[in-house]
Design a protein around this ligand. Structure first.
Ligand SMILES: [Zn+2]
Length: 385
């Protein structure tokens, strides 16, 4: 049974954030955390989740692709996940009518994070699936161990992240940081990825404003490549690759689109998407959890400014679909080779025209950008607030 809410001191890394975190447990045992804004700190979240839920799904498996050296997650149970429900059936809304309970039992909340009901990676690994058919070549399958959180940014189903009050955005940053810290403490987690998909063009299955946190059991392919590149760079120069890229962009300046006290945003020299911008902290930090209070406060402001510019990028397009992903340092031995940075990009290359990952990109992994990074940077400066 639920022992009732635990309102604790903010976890390490919370610094002086004056909001409040309340931990609860969902009906099927999944953990849940209410993050209250500064203005609503002191709120009490007593509502119980009384739904008759089945046990959460066990982890699927990861299989090794011997042709690429990459792990592929096989998560067959996700085929049945909630897909574009009507607004009246949104599982991320607060529970205002007890006869229609949602994932969030309370009738009001600011930000809430909880374990995904249909996770790609799960902490429960006992069960059938792994090595059902042992491979005759390559490493054995492994359980898709890990954690997948949903982070809901607002109780307002129609809200857009770009329009959230900045104090709310600061609460979201806190949730990102604290969930990163919690999952990084799990010795079986290799890295934590914080991301947001926005727009049905991206494949969003729930339109309610929310993001996700994935804690992977092995380094994702992009991170493994980055670590390898960073290792080579360190061997050749002694420097940290991501820090040196930031310094080079700052020195050259042509692709820098925003400079704050603690963060700089630039379009990467070899941008692969028709709209792409990276945001990096000035201080060498491995992840969001390592940011201090002033950095998190500025991040809340500059993140929304980047989203605003994205929304103005294409004339006549109100909501530009985007993917926003926080690349964080590996939690293990290669931690020093990583460095926190955001990759924010859109597949929309022109109004009504999506960049599809066709033959060259999907088949070969060979990227072709139909514009230039310098043009992207010009436009992102032009549409500044
Ligand atoms: Zn909703």
């Amino acid at each position: 049974m639920d022992a009732g809410p635990t309102v604790g001191d903010p976890a390490d890394g919370a610094d002086e954030w004056p909001g409040q975190v309340t931990e609860r447990t969902m009906a099927d045992g999944r953990p849940m955390f209410y993050f209250d804004d500064v203005a609503t700190a002191g709120a009490v979240h007593l509502a119980e989740d009384t739904r008759p839920l089945p046990e959460p799904p066990h982890a699927g498996e990861v299989r090794f692709d011997v042709l690429t050296g990459e792990w592929v997650t096989i998560a067959g149970h996700r085929m049945n996940r909630t897909f574009l429900p009507s607004a009246a059936d949104c599982p991320l809304d607060p529970t205002v009518d007890p006869s229609r309970p949602t994932e969030v039992p309370d009738s009001r909340y600011d930000v809430v994070a909880f374990a995904n009901r249909f996770p790609s990676f799960a902490p429960l690994t006992v069960g059938p699936g792994v090595d059902a058919v042992p491979p005759t070549i390559g490493p054995a399958d492994r359980p898709a161990y890990g954690h997948c959180d949903v982070v809901v940014f607002s109780s307002d189903h129609e809200a857009a992240v770009v329009d959230l009050p900045v104090a709310r955005m600061r609460t979201v940053v806190e949730a990102w940081a604290q969930r990163t810290a919690a999952h990084s403490a799990d010795p079986q987690v290799a890295e934590v990825f914080v991301f947001e998909n926005s727009g049905q063009e991206i494949g969003v299955t729930l339109t309610h404003p929310h993001g996700q946190v994935y804690a992977y059991p092995t380094l994702a392919p992009r991170s493994a490549q980055l670590v390898e590149q960073a290792r080579r760079h360190r061997a050749a120069t002694g420097g940290n690759l991501l820090a040196d890229v930031l310094a080079a962009e700052q020195a050259e300046g042509t692709r820098v689109v925003l400079t704050g006290e603690h963060f700089t945003a630039y379009v990467p020299r070899a941008a692969r998407w028709p709209v792409e911008v990276h945001l990096a902290p000035h201080r060498d930090v491995p992840d969001l959890a390592a940011l201090h209070d002033a950095e998190k406060a500025e991040l809340a402001v500059v993140y929304q400014e980047l989203l605003r510019r994205l929304s103005r990028f294409h004339p006549g397009v109100d909501r530009v679909p985007y993917i926003s992903g926080w690349h964080q340092a590996p939690t293990g031995e290669d931690r020093a080779l990583g460095r926190l940075h955001l990759q924010l990009f859109s597949l929309l290359r022109a109004p009504g025209k999506l960049k599809y990952l066709a033959g060259s990109e999907s088949g070969m992994g060979a990227w072709i950008n139909d514009t230039t990074p310098e043009r992207i940077a010009d436009r992102l400066r032009e549409v500044a607030s």
